[in-house]
Design a protein around this ligand. Structure first.
Ligand code: ADP
Ligand code: MG
Length: 320
């Protein structure tokens, strides 16, 4: 099997019924009983040893399990309605469960996304957390990966690179640096998807997705779905300030290929620049224009000196 996306394409992409948006976007869209609206739904699994370390702060894990799912709602421009939580646990540690549930509920409350069900089992080894979210969006306003158009600006919300650096410090593939870990750790463990910004982009921006596997790979999904290309300028990217002292190759890899960002990459008509800047200010989320959608296929990254950058790593894939 070539990769995660080939696996999904081969086995789990049979067509959805008419009126549904099926596999292939950040959320599926379903008919809603509320006139003029569609239901948006998405699910994400977090597996111990793969998505989090066994000794992670359980309060942070509760937060992140919901945050990565809210991120998919925000990528469609949807408003949260409710969520489900499935837990598979090797033991029932009351302190762990207390902290985990407090972290989960704190974000659920803040986001208007009440927990309304789930499932709990004992695992053979390790913790697995599965969350499913439901949201709603006006018919015709969802931000689809397939909607980018040549000439669109490409935007990114928040900053890039910090979660990947924190991950590499915790994995010890970067030399120990307590100050750098302190500056990047919350980006990895407590992502804050820009729900309000996403909602304000519905019906305004063209394509969008959330950056979970790395900017280049995720932007690649938009380009493939929209059958177009892009040019981005490295010097325009919102590099997280915590990365300032790092060697440029380390920085580049984290910014272009680092996952776990849970911010938006979206495209929008040039005429929407002012609107997008003001919605960013209103929701206290940095929004940065990083390049342009092109009619011709391919992704060109222009370096500081104008010469093209050949990326060292494209992003995360579970099966390659
Ligand atoms: P995201 O990063 O937004 O969660 P993924 O890259 O994980 O999305 O998945 C890509 C698409 O494939 C999504 O539309 C997702 O719903 C779908 N998908 C992933 N795994 C499966 C599966 N086992 N069965 C059906 N659809 C799947
Ligand atoms: Mg997504």
């Amino acid at each position: 099997m070539a990769n995660e996306f080939d696996l999904i394409a081969r086995y789990f992409s049979r067509p959805a019924p008419v009126g549904f948006l099926g596999v292939g976007d950040d959320c599926a869209l379903l008919p809603s009983t509320r006139p003029g609206f569609q239901l948006a739904t998405s699910t994400d699994l977090l597996v111990e040893g793969r998505h989090f370390f066994a000794d992670v702060d359980p309060h942070a894990l509760g937060h992140k399990a919901l945050a990565v799912n809210l991120s998919d709602l925000s990528a469609m421009g949807a408003t949260p309605l409710a969520c489900l939580l499935s837990l598979s646990l090797p033991t029932a540690d009351p302190d762990w469960l207390e902290a985990f549930s407090n972290g989960f509920y704190a974000l659920a409350q803040e986001s208007g996304c009440p927990l309304v069900g789930g499932d709990t089992t004992r695992s053979v080894s390790g913790v697995t957390v599965g969350v499913t979210v439901f949201g709603e969006i006006e018919v015709g306003k969802a931000l689809l990966r397939s909607a980018a158009q040549p000439g669109d600006d490409i935007w990114v919300s928040g900053t890039l690179g910090a979660p990947d650096i924190a991950l590499r410090l915790l994995q010890k593939t970067l030399p120990a640096d307590a100050a750098l870990l302190a500056a990047t750790r919350s980006a990895l463990e407590r992502p804050r998807p820009p729900l309000a910004l996403g909602q304000s982009l519905a019906g305004v921006a063209h394509a969008a997705l959330d950056i979970s596997d790395g900017l280049l790979q995720d932007l690649g999904h938009i380009l493939k779905a929209s059958r177009c290309g892009a040019q981005i300028n490295y010097s325009d990217l919102p590099v997280d300030p915590a990365l300032a002292g790092l060697p440029s190759l380390v920085q580049q890899q984290a910014v272009l290929g680092g996952g776990d960002v849970y911010q938006l990459c979206f495209t929008a008509p040039v005429a929407q620049r002012e609107y997008i800047m003001s919605r960013g200010r209103e929701s206290s989320v940095r929004v940065t224009r990083i390049g342009q959608i092109m009619a011709q296929a391919g992704l060109l990254i222009k370096g500081e000196d104008g010469s093209p950058i050949v990326p060292p790593v494209l992003g995360f894939d579970h099966f390659s």
